[in-house]
Design a protein around this ligand. Sequence first.
Ligand code: AMP
Ligand code: MG
Length: 333
Amino acid sequence: MGIKMKTFQMLILTLVLLLVGCSESGIVERTQSIMDTFVKISVVPPNSDQTKVEKAIQEAFDRMRRVDTLMSTYKKNSEISELNRQGNITDPSKETSDVIQRAIEFSKISGGAFDITIRPLVEMWNEAKELKRLPSESKIKETLSLVGYDKIAFQKGGIYFKREGMKIDLGGIAKGYAVDKAVEALKEEGVAQALVNAGGDMYCLGKEWKVGIQHPRKKNELVEILRLKNKAVATSGDYRRYFTMEGKRFSHIIDPRTGRTVEEVPMSVTIVASDCTTADALSTAVFVLGPNKGMDLIEREDGIEGLIISEGGKVFVSSGMGDFIADYKENKS
Ligand code: AMP
Ligand code: MG
């Protein structure tokens, strides 16, 4: 019996969050391709020196590129690839240690919905896609035994896996962390007002920036427009990367508790937080948890707001999200 499989590897050319009203005169905008996405940095230049702005933007891009060099699973020489190959890394960079430690915190607050040790499951599902065959129950069970953030150990500055064959994947958090690093660089270089946008993972620095949330099914339609100042925002969407097998849709986000791709998925989850690492990780976590439990997590955590668009188009908004939504009611007409 032939299994019909179609793979959609949607290029993230269309930014999930479109920047609205960026045509303000005088803004310096630069775009580079980093971490498989287009990163746009927009800076409102102070009256002074243009070359200083260029240098700041370059430094920001360089710092993001360093995060990619350290943490990519596509790069054989990255620290993460080394850790995944050897099961340990004795002298990790501060950045890699930081991200892994923060990832573990997000695992704890999400009851394990966010878990960077899902890499063996990612590889299992990639293989299923290639072979056009769903993994067996026993294969899922066997692979699940390699998953669990509590099996990552820190010892004498090194990072170790407690079980052979474990692997990690920072795809749900590294982009947000890279955005935070870019903002750190811009601030150090004296930039006061800027927007960093890494394919929808963003930070709005120093002034109110308008950010549109894209409709998950209608490419050119915005669901809401947010006004954000000194805030980060990130979106996880089911329309960005997925594949179908036997007419069923499989997400690129995996439920670490079942080993399966998330099925009862929201169409998109947008999280606002004070830093982009948090926004990125929690958008993935809430995607796994679904609208109800996901909204519980958002309400439970201080300084986090969110907007979830569920299957059928129903929109859930957290209690403080209204503060960031421009003309909420007017917008609905
Ligand atoms: P995002 O698009 O930010 O939601 O991140 C999705 C990526 O995170 C996937 O492509 C995987 O690399 C990784 N990922 C998938 N499921 C999980 C999960 N449950 N916890 C942490 N990372 C995940
Ligand atoms: Mg994420």
